[in-house]
Design a binder for this molecule. Sequence first.
Ligand code: SAH
Length: 262
Amino acid sequence: MTFKTGHQTGRIGIMAAMPEELQALLDVMPDESVERVAGREFWVGHLHGREVVAVLSRIGKVAAATTTTMLLSHYGVDQIIFTGVAGGLGDGVRVGDVVVADALVQHDMDASPLFPRFELPGLGVSTLSPPAAFTTMVRDTVAQVLSPAALASGGALADVHLASLNLGLPQVHQGLIISGDQFINAAQTCRELTQALPAALAVEMEGAAVAQVCHDFGVPYAVIRTISDRADDDAHIDFPRFIHAVARHYSLAIVEALLQRG
Ligand code: SAH
């Protein structure tokens, strides 16, 4: 697979999974205007001098794939940044940490016995990866944004009060994110998923669909997820409070840093 290389002047698609994350972004875009296409609102404008199209991904693989296709074929973006929250699966992946995907699998894709479990029929692979250099740049940027020094200095993250939420300093992980049309909130399901896909660090509902569309178009993409829950029996309890208090601040700071970096 060859990816086109992003360049400074190109349009960047930003997909937010949560309305609060999108709003945080729109609040700092000076000139955005809304266009309604395919039942979605696309916000076209600039941020830090870069041309940006921001949109709510919508929940689930089909919705996210459609949004991605629109960004690529209707708006012609030449890279996509996806931010959202996810359930933590891997050991040591805690609530408040951030996972940058270097591989994505659709955990509910199963056309066996015609194809091996997880394999994407027609593509002949089960795992898709963004270009390694792009992922490294994203991971390094995220690590810088969430470094202890950056957090201590306030700035964009001054409103995040980790201690009051019983959260430690965020760790940045790079690895496998798995996606499926299911909100995982049972310890037993987590065990089954990690047994089948031991490298999985996080589970969510869109990333691997975005990856598949970007793969088909040959466009680089980043899937960046803040861990909102451990996908276990308490998953639904932690959710809304976490997005408001932490995730939307992280995603804005991360997107801004990525735009400034190139
Ligand atoms: N509470 C939300 C619904 C969230 S659905 C609402 O009221 O609209 C869960 C979203 O967060 C999806 O976008 C998914 O990608 C992500 N997510 C977070 N934790 C998850 C988990 N444990 N399992 C699956 N998806 C999760």
